[in-house]
Design a protein around this ligand. Structure first.
Ligand SMILES: [Zn+2]
Length: 183
């Protein structure tokens, strides 16, 4: 048995079914895209199913020695927390997300934020460091699914640094106010 894509509603259905259980359309095994049974990395995107990409993402997070916080294969997200890092006393929270761009083909993106609990933040490059953790996970996912060792995470997969500088500028006054009240 294999999963194939219903051409009417886009759900995955068994190739043994005569009609889609979701929309009732007849299942056409000659035209419907067939779900891959493993994940492969090709030209900046991952081929597979959302559930299989979830498994790869979980393995990648574990191999980076980060902790998995939540996993949602339907939404296509995995969140994780790192240990204590240079810019933070409570680590980085990262999110890996995947979106289908074509049948069984997914674009994987990631971002991170620094966790700050009761400490003052002095490092300048906080958000880049946080995003780098998500980049590590995506890179590990690429290695696990057959990317060549010199292939880089596509630039679009993590936010551009221009926005991050702005975030630092906006965050600094808010933190200063917060610390004032704590003092
Ligand atoms: Zn259907």
């Amino acid at each position: 048995m294999a999963l194939i894509r219903c051409l009417e509603c886009g759900r995955d259905v068994s190739d043994q079914a005569s009609a889609c259980p979701n929309c009732g359309a007849p299942v056409d095994t000659t035209l419907a895209p067939i779900a891959p049974n493993k994940v492969t990395y090709n030209n900046g995107e991952f081929d597979g199913t959302s559930a299989l990409i979830m498994e790869v993402a979980k393995s990648a997070v574990s191999q980076c020695n980060y902790r998995i916080d939540s996993a949602d294969a339907v939404a296509g997200t995995l969140t994780f927390t790192t240990g204590v890092t240079m810019g933070s006393w409570s680590g980085v929270s990262g999110t890996i997300a995947w979106q289908e761009t074509a049948p069984y083909r997914f674009k994987v993106t990631g971002h991170g934020k620094q966790n700050v609990k009761g400490g003052q933040v002095l490092a300048i490059n906080l958000f880049d460091e946080a995003n780098a953790k998500s980049r590590n996970v995506i890179e590990q996912m690429m290695r696990l699914t057959g990317a060549k060792s010199d292939e880089q995470v596509p630039d679009s997969a993590t936010p551009p640094s221009g926005c991050l500088v702005l975030l630092v500028a906006l965050a600094a006054p808010a933190l200063a106010v917060g610390l004032h009240f704590l003092a």
